[in-house]
Design a protein around this ligand. Structure first.
Ligand SMILES: NC(=O)c1ccc[n+]([C@@H]2O[C@H](COP(=O)([O-])OP(=O)(O)OC[C@H]3O[C@@H](n4cnc5c(N)ncnc54)[C@H](O)[C@@H]3O)[C@@H](O)[C@H]2O)c1
Length: 257
C-alpha cells in the first residue's frame, strides 16, 4: 500500500461493523493507521471484533435509524479520538422477495435502515468533518443500485437511493472539502449472502465475468482507497467492485452455454 493510502491520525466511523464487510473494513482501516469506531446492533459480535483490533478501536451499540444514537456515536468519536474524518455507511439488510410478494412493512423497514440510515449518518457527521477541515464519506450501495436485479424490491430501491444521495452530498459538500462516494459491491461472501446459499471459489458464480463471488477484503480495499488521500480528487463517484457483474452479460448468458 502506498503512503497515500495511510490513514494515520484519521478517525473513521464504520456502521454495521460487527461482521461481514464492515468488520473487514475496520480491520483494514486500523491496519492503515486509523482510529475506528465500529458500530452495530449486534453487541456481542461488535465488542469481539473491536477487541480483536486493539487500542485504536471502540465499539458502540448503534441503530442507524436513530438520530439520538448517531449523536452518541459522533460524541464518542470526538471524545475518544478528537474528531471525525471518515464515515463508512455500511450497515444494511437485504430482501429476497419478488416485488409482488414484498410486504409494505418490510419495504419500509429496508428503506429505513439502508437509505434513511445513510441520510442521518451523513447529516450527523457533517459538522464534525467541517470542524476537522474536511473528510470522506463512503456509502455502501450495491450492484443492485446500478442495475435492476430480481428479488430486490425494497433493497434495490434503497441502494439506488444511496447512489443518488451520494451525488447530492458530493455537490453540496465539495467546497467544505468533504468527499462523498458510493461503493457498489457485487455478490460477496459474507454472513448476509452465506445464508442464501452463495458459495466461494472459482467457477461457482458464472453470472459474473470473473466467474466467482468476491471476498470481503476485496471490497474493503475500495473503501480504504476512498477514505484515504489517494482519492483526494474523487467525489461523487460510483465504484463498482463486482467482478464485472454490472459491465454486462457473460458469454455463458449470451451464447446460452
Ligand atoms: N455481501 C454482499 O454480497 C453485498 C453486496 C452488495 C452490497 N452489500 C452491502 O454491504 C453492506 C454490508 O453487507 P454484509 O454482506 O457485510 O452484510 P452482514 O449482514 O454480514 O452485515 C451487515 C451488518 O449491518 C448490521 N445492521 C443491520 N441493521 C442495522 C441497524 N439498524 N443499525 C446498525 N447496524 C445494523 C447487521 O447487524 C450486520 O452486522 C450492506 O449495506 C449490504 O447491503 C453486500
Amino acid at each position: 500500500m502506498s503512503d497515500a493510502h495511510d490513514l494515520t491520525g484519521k478517525t473513521v466511523i464504520i456502521t454495521g461493523a460487527a461482521r461481514g464487510l464492515g468488520a473487514e473494513a475496520a480491520r483494514q482501516a486500523v491496519a492503515a493507521g486509523a482510529n475506528v469506531v465500529l458500530t452495530d446492533v449486534l453487541d456481542k459480535e461488535g465488542e469481539a471484533t473491536a477487541a480483536e483490533l486493539g487500542e485504536r478501536a471502540r465499539f458502540a451499540r448503534h441503530d442507524v435509524t436513530s438520530e439520538a444514537d448517531w449523536r452518541r456515536v459522533v460524541e464518542l468519536a470526538v471524545g475518544e479520538f478528537g474528531g471525525v474524518h471518515g464515515l463508512v455507511n455500511n450497515a444494511g439488510i437485504s430482501t429476497g422477495q419478488f416485488l409482488e410478494s414484498e410486504s409494505v412493512e418490510h419495504f419500509r423497514k429496508v428503506v429505513d435502515i439502508n437509505l434513511t440510515g445513510v441520510f442521518i449518518g451523513m447529516k450527523s457527521v457533517i459538522p464534525a468533518m467541517k470542524e476537522a477541515g474536511g473528510g470522506s464519506i463512503v456509502n455502501i450501495s450495491s450492484a443492485a443500485g446500478l442495475m435492476g436485479l430480481a428479488l430486490t424490491a425494497g433493497y434495490g430501491a434503497s441502494k439506488w437511493g444511496v447512489r443518488g444521495l451520494t451525488k447530492t452530498g458530493a455537490v453540496e459538500l465539495g467546497t467544505a472539502r468533504i468527499r462523498v462516494n458510493s461503493v457498489h459491491p457485487g455478490m460477496t461472501y459474507t454472513p448476509m449472502t452465506a445464508q442464501v446459499g452463495i458459495e466461494k471459489g472459482e467457477g461457482k458464480y458464472p453470472n459474473t465475468p470473473m466467474g466467482r463471488v468476491g471476498e470481503p477484503h476485496e471490497i474493503a480495499g475500495a473503501m480504504i482507497f476512498l477514505l484515504s488521500d489517494a482519492a483526494s480528487y474523487v467525489t461523487g463517484a460510483e465504484l463498482a467492485v463486482d467482478g464485472g457483474w454490472t459491465a454486462g452479460p457473460t458469454v455463458k448468458y449470451v451464447m446460452g452455454q
